[in-house]
Design a binder for this molecule. Sequence first.
Ligand SMILES: Cc1cc2nc3c(=O)[nH]c(=O)nc-3n(C[C@H](O)[C@H](O)[C@H](O)COP(=O)(O)O)c2cc1C
Length: 286
Amino acid sequence: MLLNASGCLDALTAPDVARGLDAFVTKTVTPEPRDGNTPVRIAETDVGMLNSIGLANPGIDRFLTRSLPALAKLGVPIWVSVGGFTADEYAEICSRLDDHAEVAAIELNVSCPNVESPTQGAMEIVASARLATRKPLWAKLSAAVPDLTEVARAAHDAGADGLALINTLRGLALDERTLQPALGPAVGGLSGPALKPVALAAVYACHRATDLPIVGMGGVQTGRDVLEFVAAGARHVALGTVLFADPDAPVRVRAELAAELSARGYADVDDAYATAHAHALSTATT
Ligand SMILES: Cc1cc2nc3c(=O)[nH]c(=O)nc-3n(C[C@H](O)[C@H](O)[C@H](O)COP(=O)(O)O)c2cc1C
């Protein structure tokens, strides 16, 4: 399944791009509206993009009354990304989404830098959300933790149905002339090609540590990248930063993936997944 990464596509301004995906993931929604961080919020680097949007969003009330009804008309399954500052806030939003049939799944953005202990934080948030909704719950994790597999296992034990890997990594870009931070809040989240090896390692490790399905993301630009994420253990793959430069990426990436699969003799992506992981299993036991 091909998705967008949260925050990287506005489906209401680019509905045709969203319709090219198997599911649309919203930008993270928080209990209250948020204006986001001080501009400048986006900076280019040689190896990717830095952003410090700061979870700007209309808040759950307006999301439910305005955005969700419009998103539902797209005809694409909607995954709502949920954020907050306490486990109770996540649970509150999840319970409000629970009655909405048009919400196919919830992605818990537990990669928030405000969460002090990632393992404890992820466990509490997922456990609270689990009590608040029957929707499938995907825990979106950051790779910037001492032991990601420990966080993944904690999310699994707390009732997550899947993992979304990975969120951006903290980075700093300096203005060439002034040598001052290019972004308003100084540091931001690095996304794009530089993230791919980190994301692949995260998917690879979590796939072995849990039996949860994984949405892999981080620097995906081509069909070949998608195949690599599948080989590392991802069931689904999300396009993020690439969508800013190439809104046709969903169509292009699907065509490239089909060509890669047929050149390698796979019937389809499930065949590639099965083959990659049968091999991993046999080498693990020898
Ligand atoms: C401009 C921008 C906004 C983002 N907003 C969110 C967000 O609201 N919630 C979230 O979980 N991730 C957010 N992300 C992170 C992406 O969903 C994704 O995890 C990350 O960018 C890695 O994928 P990529 O390298 O393909 O972009 C954002 C990324 C960018 C570039």
